[in-house]
Design a protein around this ligand. Structure first.
Ligand SMILES: [Zn+2]
Length: 114
């Protein structure tokens, strides 16, 4: 009875979190697509190095996007390695758990009411 009520409430709580995660992922994917479109549109642009900072604005945006992609790729590699390590450790512990489950106080005949 209580289990049904708790699971129903937790289902309602998960929906905004999933929606927020979907929105964040969608915005990230949209930013990647728009950045790639910007790079493709300005791939053969005429450089304007006579601007205020002495640098080309299009080249600066392209460089910033490439730096962001390289950092995101490195972060994804770290997250994938950590996640893989956690799942590997969990699989090892799960396979080793039945070996330790045989050693209980009852199977070892240890009395606690002395
Ligand atoms: Zn340029």
């Amino acid at each position: 009875m209580y289990g049904c009520a708790v699971s129903a409430n937790s289902g309602h709580r998960r929906l905004p979190v999933r929606l927020a995660a979907l929105i964040v992922c969608s915005l990230f994917a949209l930013a990647l697509v728009l950045s790639a479109a910007f790079i493709l549109a300005h791939a053969n642009h005429e450089h304007d190095h006579d601007g205020g900072d002495g640098g080309c604005a299009a080249c600066a945006q392209i460089t910033a996007f490439v730096d962001t992609l390289s950092r995101a790729g490195a972060a994804m590699l770290v997250v994938a390695a950590v996640t893989g390590g956690l799942f590997g450790t969990a699989a090892l512990l799960k396979s080793a758990a039945p070996r330790f489950a045989d050693f209980t106080l009852i199977s070892l005949k240890i009395r606690l009411n002395i």
